[in-house]
Design a protein around this ligand. Sequence first.
Ligand code: PGA
Length: 270
Amino acid sequence: MRTPMMAGNWKMNCDLDEAAALAQGVVEGVGSVEGVAVVLAPPFTALDRVASVIAGSNVRLSAQNVYWQAKGAYTGEISVGMLKSCGCAYVIVGHSERRGRFGVPEPDMTDELIRVFGDTDAAVNTKARAALAGGLTPIICVGETLAEREAGLTDAIVRDQVVAALEGMTPEQIGAVVLAYEPVWAIGTGETCEADEANRVIGVIRAAIDSVAGAGAAQDITVLYGGSVKPKSVRELVSQPEIDGGLVGGASLEADSFNELVAVTREVRG
Ligand code: PGA
């Protein structure tokens, strides 16, 4: 049995008071929900504050990124141990806004090509392994760009990203990760991937997991869909057999809409 999950990725939004108020709204709405993992990923600066707000509830804390070294001369970076000390249970790794297949953007690059932070597949793998070694659950994001989809490369890109992200992990470690299929063209655009297509690609992800960890390994792994998940689209998405929940940006920035996503997931999958 897989645990359904609804995770709010707040990205670079919310100062301390805004973060506390948003977390409070989630705790009041869905803080005692069972059968769905409810996860909030505030910016680093608000982790500690949000941890205090969600204490005693069923809501869990995630960071949006991590560095793999434990400590040292890595200006601007944050370690697994630091995140644990803030109360994190999860960390997002490999979000498309952090990957960097296109390198440093030129001023005239389209949004789709702006992947400014340079995380390679190898960096995503190293971060995910460091998270697991330190007791955090990585939420590993994969997904194709619009150009890759139009070129018919979706399945190959997604498969390669999954295999690269899981490289060197034991089957037990692979069993502990969460994956998120996030087609880049659907993130922040209001354009949700068709539910049956998201379901199909997540099937490709599960086949890739099985190819690395052995037949049947994927059946217990939570795989989310992300990319413009909204209250109006969530029911169809989480009704798909392969989709275990959502990784949500925009619709997680208001407690009412995020709570509705959790409630629908609970109703359909809980
Ligand atoms: P979105 O973001 O819901 O605003 O499209 C999803 C994500 O980037 O995880």
